[in-house]
Ligand binder design. Structure first.
Ligand code: ADP
Ligand code: PAZ
Length: 457
């Protein structure tokens, strides 16, 4: 089998395509694989025409693989193709085709290896490109059981490359944010108690004054990176009480609305990758980034704790339970401790003072439902991630914070809470951004490595 096959499509594409570098693509099939702590993500590029491939046996095997992947939306009991994320008519290395996005639990890796053997994958390629911790963990299994080498790439390099590639190729659709509705100051959310956040800083421009003479910053959404309260710490003593009625009482952002964001010139920005655990990166250019922090309290923690506390079995079930719960039955609020607001430091009574703080009471434990426990777990993990992200943004002096990772899948509660928290705690200085392909950027970046595509400009 030849290492390189002639391109099935036009091999020399127009010079205006920034992503074209290689004149020949490596052997098909074209896969990028990200073997994460919980989920394995596969990005499969399906060229429009495979007729140029040499050898009838190879052609047949390629067809079988293509038919299996694109003819199904579910694979076995746990594999899923996210059809809604499919990207058609994409040009990669001079070749047009469709990008498909597939995931399965990493715990099912043995079934995947068995499938690769059954589909005779190694007759087509001697190696697959892989990233994520599992690229290291499962390397020997692939080698011994399917005779496939894993070409390993760093997961954070792949993540950044994948973000830039998909954003450029899904222009105007990929990146979005959650915006507060025009009259958000007067709204409460879905009949829920009004606060889910750990901190509150009400905005009433011109009304309240600090002893150093500065007025409290407003929530206009304009950049205020140099403001003293950027990191949410309260360094000033208030001259007077300012917990007025016009404080935003909707502390969950649940009434916020989705809007597109132009991500063409995003630098510098922070990436908060919420997978099993959380990695936080500061990105300064397409090729310059650093990992600034991380936390072990991530998506795996949410799912693990939820399974323990509620007996649920899946992520979808956990999020659904949370959507019907009330965390205030579980969390202790400022008013549970103060009897009302803690006025001196601007903590409203309905803020969470102590996550799960009510659960020390036997009666409260008996009253809390599975839904309440799921919601409290989701809010606790989300707020903690938001808090750490906010501190990293302050330290790095960065305004845009992009949240990715599959923790955000079907999880608008967390997205809106993060959007709200970023905005509120920073007085509008920080903007939380989100990307449609949530957990697939590592796998996309890995496919780019395989195809030897350059960084999009
Ligand atoms: N179908 C699912 N099964 C398990 N976890 C899921 C699922 N969908 C979303 N999640 C959430 O996504 C997290 C994994 O995110 P991901 O970005 O794929 O990370 P990793 O690379 O560590 O696997 C899980 O911890 C869980 O919170
Ligand atoms: C080790 C990891 C990079 C693995 O990535 P994941 O599979 O969770 O996406 C990530 O879980 C992580 O950064 N954990 C937090 C470690 C810490 O900084 O405390």
């Amino acid at each position: 089998m030849a290492d390189l096959v002639s391109l099935p499509c036009d091999s020399l594409s127009s010079s205006s395509d920034s992503d074209v570098e290689a004149e020949t693509l490596p052997s098909m099939p074209y896969f990028g694989m990200d073997i994460g702590g919980t989920l394995t993500k596969l990005v499969y590029f399906e060229p429009l025409d495979v007729s140029e491939v040499e050898g009838p046996e190879e052609k047949e095997t390629l067809r079988t693989i293509r038919k299996y992947l694109t003819g199904n939306v579910a694979y076995g009991k746990t594999g899923i193709r996210d059809v809604h994320l499919e990207m058609r008519n994409q040009k990669l290395g001079g070749c047009r085709g469709t990008l498909h996005f597939i995931r399965f639990p990493t715990s099912e890796m043995q079934a995947f290896i068995d499938l690769a053997r059954a589909k005779n994958f190694s007759s087509l390629a001697s190696a697959i490109c892989a990233t994520g911790g599992g690229a290291f963990k499962f390397e020997k299994d692939f080698q011994e059981q399917v005779n496939l080498q894993l070409h390993k790439y760093d997961e954070l390099d792949c993540l950044i490359r994948g973000i830039h590639f998909i954003d450029r190729h899904n222009y105007n659709v990929e990146c979005y944010y959650w915006a507060k509705p025009p009259d958000s100051n007067s709204q409460t959310v879905d009949g829920q108690p009004s606060s889910n956040l750990n901190h509150s800083h009400c905005s009433q421009s011109g009304k309240n004054h600090y002893v150093n003479g500065s007025s409290q910053p407003d929530h206009s959404g304009t950049s205020q990176l140099d403001q003293s309260n950027f990191n949410g710490s309260q360094q000033y003593i208030l001259e007077k009480d300012h917990l007025g009625d016009d404080c935003d009482s909707s502390h969950s952002g649940l009434d916020w609305v989705k809007k597109p964001f132009d991500f063409r010139n995003p630098y510098p920005y922070l990436v908060v990758n919420v997978g099993s655990g959380v990695s936080i990166l500061a990105v300064y250019s397409p090729t310059n980034y650093k990992r600034v922090s991380g936390t072990s309290l991530g998506g795996g923690t949410f799912l693990g704790l939820c399974c323990l506390l509620t007996g649920c079995e899946t992520f979808e079930e956990a999020v659904d339970l949370a959507s019907r719960g009330d965390n205030h039955k579980v969390d202790r609020l400022v008013q549970d401790i103060y009897g009302g607001d803690y006025r001196r430091f601007n903590l409203k009574g309905d803020l969470v003072a102590s996550s799960f703080g009510h659960m020390m009471s036997k009666q409260r434990r008996e009253e809390a439902t599975r839904e309440d426990l799921a919601k409290a777990t989701l809010v606790t993990i989300t707020n903690n991630i938001g808090s750490i992200a906010r501190m990293c943004a302050a330290t790095e002096k960065i305004e845009r914070v992009v949240f990715v990772g599959n923790f955000l899948r079907v999880n608008t509660i967390s997205m809106k809470l993060l959007a709200y928290a970023m905005d509120y705690w920073s007085y509008g200085a920080l903007k939380a951004l989100f990307l449609e392909h949530e957990g697939y950027f590592g796998a996309m970046g890995c496919l780019m490595e395989y195809l030897k595509l350059g960084h999009p400009s």
